[in-house]
Design a protein. Sequence first.
Length: 212
Amino acid sequence: MIADGLQTISEQCDATIIIRGSKFIAHASSVAGKDIAEAYIAAISKRFHDATHNCFAYRVSIGDQTCFRFSDDGEPSGTAGRPILKVVESRELTNVAVVVTRYFGGTKLGTGGLMRAYREATSAVLNKAQMVRFFPQSRIRLRFPYQHSNTVYWLIGKFHGEILQKSSGQKQIYKIRLKSADVKNFCRDIQNQLKGNADIDVMDLNADNRNI
């Protein structure tokens, strides 16, 4: 449950296994969202551009949803990317990207052998990783009349939010960060307490800041 926090890894790590002459180099990293996951995968693929394959999977939290992507990168369909993802899912990890680089050793492993190899490589790298819990964060832009400032302050405190920026004019404008799991209830309470005199925009729902 997102309300109880999600689990990711604390830092980048790598592991290498060799199966029947083929070298499998697995890299894993905590990633804050899809763009960062894609950038990490691109960087590893560029670093090992001479490899036979750079297969990957990632799983990230966006608001109260979880999305994923995987690739076999030329391996037979279903033998690499999905097995990598299955290991990530089995460990209940989120905001994690794994890239498994393969240097072909001259002996074909077959479909079942490839699936086992990519699972083992992913397990090897995740076995080295330290697990940590985090809470997905959201940013909110809030506009409201000045006379409601005390009420807004109280509600931000109630939900353990953080004011990132504020400006004054005819209306107060606050940019706030709080747990994604609290966004719905926070917006409801704001509108109830201010009797509809608030404009609320959820600016993003990426878990790009972790409370560990």
